[in-house]
Design a protein around this ligand. Structure first.
Ligand code: HEC
Ligand code: HEC
Ligand code: HEC
Ligand code: HEC
Length: 207
């Protein structure tokens, strides 16, 4: 008797499922996959070192293609003692420090050999060694960078597989206006339920 009733009940349920008596829940909206741009491991800027490696156009760096050797270009200022950047260098937008205190070109470029950099201690550095230049004024940040707490290390943890490369300061900061540009925030987590379906509230779950 009991078995007979159970068999009937299950057969009824099977029929109900087969004929889809309850209908399907509304399909969940597709959640888009992660924006591919967020997975790009490249830094925000390509340095002179990167451009050499990629064999790209280096004409901006060919200082003596326009300047004359032995004649350092004169620095010109407006009446508020603000540096005037000539139109030939319109890609150089100065804004280093809150009050433009480090806007003098020759704080960094060597006026007697434009193709090199010159920190205040008088060393001459190649353009691709600009991190040493930054370190000459930003000592604490340079120490953090050297120990791996500031900036980024690319490559391998296991040095047997390949080198670990510390990205240069200029891979992230434009030397002329070094404030780090803002970035798009990452998307929030996927919701547990499709939007529109009410979530259990603290009221109903706490009892
Ligand atoms: C396309 C040509 C061109 C190239 C390449 C070029 N310069 Fe210049 N630069 C100029 C001109 C033109 C001026 C304005 C000269 C003047 O006022 O007498 C100038 C001015 C300057 C000044 C003075 C800026 C000021 O605010 O008064 C500096 C410093 C300078 N250049 C550095 C460099 C360095 C360093 C390089 C290489 C990394 C370089 N230039 C490459 C054309 C060029
Ligand atoms: C001659 C010294 C000097 C050199 C060289 C130098 N800086 Fe600076 N930097 C300063 C000063 C001064 C400030 C302004 C600090 C302030 O306003 O409190 C500054 C500010 C900054 C800031 C903070 C953002 C801002 O604009 O206030 C960053 C980032 C920075 N520098 C990065 C660099 C990088 C990268 C290099 C190498 C390409 C570099 N600096 C080379 C002197 C220097
Ligand atoms: C804080 C140091 C610093 C100051 C100040 C500075 N530069 Fe530079 N500049 C650099 C570094 C470092 C590079 C090479 C960056 C790289 O590897 O991408 C560079 C690159 C350049 C280049 C070649 C690339 C380009 O963007 O065209 C020119 C031209 C140039 N600087 C001109 C100037 C002029 C003109 C001034 C003054 C108005 C100036 N710089 C002030 C550090 C500085
Ligand atoms: C991988 C990218 C990256 C590299 C490489 C990097 N920085 Fe930064 N730096 C940042 C970011 C991001 C900030 C934070 C910007 C903010 O909070 O607005 C920052 C902030 C700074 C500041 C602002 C003051 C502070 O400490 O908060 C200075 C100065 C600075 N960096 C200098 C340097 C110097 C010098 C180097 C090279 C020795 C370097 N950075 C290398 C990404 C980098």
């Amino acid at each position: 008797m009991v078995l007979g009733l159970l068999t009937l009940a299950f057969a009824g349920l099977a029929a109900a499922f087969l004929t889809d008596s309850w209908g399907y829940p509304a399909p969940r909206p597709q959640i888009p996959l992660v924006d591919k741009a967020l997975l790009d491991p490249a830094t925000v800027r390509r340095s002179y070192r990167d451009l050499i490696k990629a064999k790209e156009d280096l004409s901006d760096f060919d200082c003596y293609g326009c300047h004359e050797k032995g004649h350092p270009p004169p620095l010109r200022y407006d009446e508020n003692h603000k540096l005037i950047v000539p139109t030939e260098h319109s890609d150089v937008v100065m804004g280093h420090g809150t009050h433009g205190r480090n806007n003098n070109c020759f704080n960094c470029h060597n006026e007697n050999n434009l193709t090199t950099l010159q920190p205040r201690d008088g060393r001459e550095l190649r353009l691709e060694d600009s991190t040493e230049l930054c370190g000459s004024c930003h000592g604490p940040t340079y120490r953090d960078w050297d120990s791996g707490a500031h900036g980024r290390i690319n490559g391998y943890w296991n040095t047997k597989l390949g080198p670990a490369v510390k990205k240069d300061c200029v891979n992230c900061h434009n030397p002329h206006s070094p404030r780090f540009p803002g970035r798009k925030p990452l998307p929030g987590p996927h919701p547990l339920r499709a939007p529109g379906v009410s979530e259990p509230t603290a009221e109903t779950t706490s009892h």
